[in-house]
Design a protein around this ligand. Structure first.
Ligand SMILES: [Zn+2]
Length: 126
């Protein structure tokens, strides 16, 4: 499951959670104004049921809330698509801490062909 959210909106959630200096302006009211309803409802619900923190980073391919490794496909999809994702294990909201990569990945390089070696061990030909 995925919620559409801009990096700025994700930043608001992170600041609301972290209570960092300078984040005093990020109140729940701010979130109500700035976030899509579905995302905020999920955020509030997670706090209510005790899944705290409700928003965690997706780090090294794993949810940093439950520390369960996510499927590679999930992680790479999440990396490509901006927004907030849901951990399939603990239902927490997941965000990608690093900026999404805009440019396509370079094509995989083919491994160099192994150098031909003369056959050894064979019987000498007559
Ligand atoms: Zn999780």
């Amino acid at each position: 499951m995925k919620f559409d959210a801009t990096p700025a909106q994700v930043g608001l959630l992170v600041r609301h959670l972290a209570h960092l200096p300078g984040s005093q302006g990020v109140t729940h009211e701010t979130l109500e104004h700035e976030l899509p309803r579905g995302l905020l409802e999920r955020y509030d619900w997670l706090q209510k049921v005790g899944h705290t923190p409700p928003l965690v980073a997706l780090e090294h391919g794993a949810c940093s809330g439950c520390h369960i490794r996510l499927p590679t496909m999930f992680a790479s999809h999440a990396r490509l698509r901006a927004g907030v994702h849901t951990c399939p294990h603990c239902q927490r909201l997941l965000y990608i801490p690093e900026a999404p990569v805009e440019e396509p990945a370079p094509p995989p390089q083919k491994p160099p062909k192994p150098a031909r070696r003369p056959r050894v061990g064979g019987r000498p030909r007559a």
